[in-house]
Structures are given as C-alpha cells and as structure tokens.
Design a protein around this ligand. Structure first.
Ligand SMILES: NC(=O)c1ccc[n+]([C@@H]2O[C@H](COP(=O)([O-])OP(=O)(O)OC[C@H]3O[C@@H](n4cnc5c(N)ncnc54)[C@H](O)[C@@H]3O)[C@@H](O)[C@H]2O)c1
Length: 311
C-alpha cells in the first residue's frame, strides 16, 4: 500500500466539509472534495467553521489560510478518484446510494486505494456489497461536528483487511483524531451502543416516574458525566475494584431497563407533535433563546476543548 497523500471526500454536506477541514490540517495531504456542482461559495462552510474557531483561540488566521489552500473541489469522477489513496464517502444515509458510489469509485481508483464510509448506522459489510475488493472498505465514523469531536470509530467489516484497518487508524492519528478500533461490524458500533444504553435507561426512569427529564440531565452533567472525559467505564471499574463491580451488578442489573422497543413516551410525544427543538417542545419546553443557548453552549465547550488540546 502506498503512503497516503491524496484524500478524497465525497459529498460536501455538513460532515464532508468538516472532514475535509480535518484532513487539510496536515500539510502533507492533498484534499479533494468531490461535489456535483462547483458553487461560488463552496469554501464558505469551512471558512465559517474556522472563523468561529479563530474567535475562541482554537485556530489562527494562518491555519485558516493553509487549510483552505490544501482543499480543492472537483466534479469529475476520473479527476477525483484516479490518484486517490483514501476516499471517504459523506453521502446521504441511503444504502444503495453508498453501494453504487463505491462500485463507481472502484472503476477509477487504484487497487490499493482505501474506501471509507462515514455512515452513522449502516453496516460497512453491506455497503461494500457491490465492490470488487471488499477488503479495502472500512467504516470511519466521525462524530458531528467532525472538525471538533476527536473520536472516529474505525469499523472492521466482515471483509476489511488488517492492513486497511491499520492504515486508516494511522491516517486519523496523523490528523489529530482519536480513532478507536471496532473489531466487529455491529449496529451502533461502539460509541452509539454506549450512548443509547444510557438513553434507554434515562427514558425508562422518566417513563416510570423515578425522575423528571431535567433531573436525569443534571445527574449526568454534575455527576458521572464529569468523570467521562478522563475515565471511561472500564478504567472506572478497575478503580473501584472488580469485586465491587461484580457485587453491584449481581444486585442491580435485573432492575435496569432492557426494553427492545423505543419508550412509549417517544411515540406519545410524536403523536402530540412534540418534536424537540423542531417544535419548541420535547422532554421540556424550549424558547428560541434557550435553544440557541443550548446549541451554542455545546459548540463553545467543544471549541474550547479543541483550543486546549491544540498542538
Ligand atoms: N449529520 C451528522 O450528525 C452525522 C454524523 C456522523 C455521520 N454522518 C453520516 O455522514 C453522511 C453524510 O451526512 P451529512 O449530515 O453530511 O449529510 P448532508 O446531507 O449534509 O450531506 C450529503 C451531501 O452529499 C451530497 N451528494 C448527494 N448526492 C451526491 C452526488 N451524486 N455527488 C456528489 N455529492 C452528492 C449532497 O449534495 C450533500 O452535500 C451520512 O452517511 C450520515 O449518516 C452524519
């Protein structure tokens, strides 16, 4: 496999733009964004992301200039894929569209080019179905916003070669990401399985009158959530001890939510037209100011985290 130099991102939507910005932070990579049309304002989403980062000290004007200069946009398939070393698709979440895209890319690219999919939930094994070389297809699941969240889940399909897994992990480390190695192609990969195990329990507690929604959020924000940036569950279990962990689980597991269907509260809210931010009411009521403060608060927290961890 050739050293990776030419990275192609397919689809200049929300994730594609973020991911292009990430790869273009490496001065030794050429980054191509494959789009359908060349819009006059094509650089704007990435420039905007960078301006917000500059305002909070997470990037400099020089970073912005260098990153934008390393990204080119192309519409032609041959121009995009012929010299590609690593292609990552950020297409709409439609299985057939992703399968057809990779089959098309294979018509142009070299045999050792890696094909990565940024799918959030779909099986990389299934996405590789129409490919000649299924061993080159790998999951590379960035979390939104892709330029701010360090985690990328690298997912081994039933066919992905170890060489492709390692090359993908190395590339992501090189551009400052924290890739994790997901050994099996399972729904939810690693991080969404963890996240939705917690959400299931959260919704269960509200449904059963144990705590109201704001209380559940406070329990996370002011309690275990403070540990998570520095200590995950495995390390935490070692810290408190395996014996204690075992005793706690012997007692508590039978009491935890284990439903295989969504909470009935979700359907009830949907029936009432309560869609969360979209309608101004979900688990709680939201004014426009509160919604803005909530989403801005998360963005600012992530940008400050990026500023603190900037090389
Ligand atoms: N949005 C998220 O929070 C998030 C997080 C992680 C992963 N993902 C995954 O990333 C992928 C992209 O998601 P997104 O949110 O960026 O979607 P998006 O709709 O913002 O972007 C998709 C892009 O693909 C482009 N596209 C569609 N057909 C095309 C074609 N034939 N040629 C070139 N471009 C084409 C669209 O114009 C659009 O710009 C999906 O698989 C999604 O599940 C999304």
């Amino acid at each position: 496999m050739k050293p990776i130099k030419n990275v192609v991102i397919v689809g200049a939507g929300m994730m594609g733009n973020s991911i292009a910005q990430v790869f273009a932070s490496d001065p030794h990579l050429n980054v191509v964004l494959k789009t359908r049309v060349l819009k006059d304002d094509r650089y704007e989403p990435i420039a905007n992301n960078l301006d917000i980062m500059i305002a909070r000290g997470a990037a400099t004007e020089a970073d912005k200039k260098a990153i934008l200069s390393r990204i080119s946009f192309v519409t032609d398939d041959a121009a995009a894929y012929t010299d590609a070393d690593f292609v990552i698709e950020c297409y709409p979440e439609v299985m057939e569209t992703k399968q057809d895209l990779f089959a098309l890319v294979e018509k142009f690219c070299r045999d050792d080019c890696i094909l990565a999919t940024n799918t959030s939930v779909m099986s990389p094994t299934e996405i590789s179905k129409k490919c000649r070389r299924r061993e080159r297809v790998v999951g590379a699941h960035f979390w939104n916003p892709g330029h701010l969240i360090p985690l990328v889940e690298v997912v081994k399909s039933d066919f992905t070669s170890e060489e492709v897994m390692q090359a993908t992990m190395e590339l992501l480390k090189r551009v400052g990401k924290k890739p994790i190695y997901c050994k099996k192609d399972v729904p939810g990969f690693v991080a969404n399985r963890l996240q939705h195990a917690l959400w299931r329990e959260a919704f269960y507690m509200v449904e059963n009158g144990i705590a109201d929604p704001a209380t559940v959020d406070e329990a996370c924000k002011y309690g275990p959530g403070l540990r998570w940036p520095v200590m995950g569950p495995m390390e935490n279990s070692d810290l408190v001890g395996i014996e204690l962990t075992n005793n706690i689980h012997k007692y508590i597991l039978r009491h935890l939510a284990d439903n295989h269907e969504p909470s009935r509260l979700l359907q009830e809210m949907l029936d009432r037209g309560e869609l969360g931010f979209k309608s101004g009411k979900g688990w709680q009521e939201w004014t426009p100011e509160q919604m803005k403060a909530s989403s801005d608060g998360l963005k600012e927290y992530l940008i400050d985290y990026a500023a603190k961890n900037k090389k």
